[in-house]
Write a protein that binds this ligand. Structure first.
Ligand code: FES
Length: 162
């Protein structure tokens, strides 16, 4: 089983082919979660190709694999965008209008939480607390924290990141 997959995650583990991942496992059912974690770490998501290869390797149906993987929020099934936007929805940020910021990001990018923009530049996530509650409401884009963000600033913040 040899298949090349491109890795576009900045800082992601380089995966050249499926033997890089599957070669470390015995091919038993209990390998499923560890394999999914390795794929998620390497690709940034669980691709259809990954599910097909895992299915052959573990002799499980693709439906069984999706069934297990979809139970855990850590696994995603679409390619992530390059820049990670996290709108904090923790208590302090929520009280100060974090949900309005979330709506503004969704509106500007035309996507929902958990999705990547069509051009794959942005990946939109929700955070429960980014650890800087005194700066609420907070939006994080990659490693940069934007503090006390107003809804009217979202468009400009995103434009600067294009
Ligand atoms: S609640 Fe948003 S940073 Fe803590």
């Amino acid at each position: 089983m040899k298949s090349t997959m491109a890795v576009n995650q900045p800082g992601a583990q380089k995966v050249n082919d499926w033997t890089d991942i599957l070669g470390d496992f015995k091919g038993v059912e209990s390998d499923l979660i560890p394999i999914l974690l390795r794929v998620q770490e390497g690709l940034g998501y669980i691709s259809e190709e990954a599910v097909r290869c895992i299915s052959l390797f573990l002799k499980l149906s693709e439906n069984q694999i999706y069934g297990v993987a979809s139970f855990y929020p850590k696994f995603r099934f679409s390619e992530p965008g390059a820049q990670k936007i996290k709108v904090c929805m923790g208590t302090a940020c929520h009280v100060k209008g974090g949900h309005f910021l979330s709506d503004a990001v969704a509106w500007e990018l035309g996507i929902s939480i958990g999705q990547a923009s069509a051009d794959k530049r942005f990946d939109f996530q929700r955070a429960t607390c980014l650890g800087c509650c005194t700066l609420a409401p907070v939006v994080q884009i990659d490693d940069r924290i934007h503090a006390r963000v107003l809804v009217t600033q979202i468009k400009e913040i995103l434009k600067k990141r294009e």
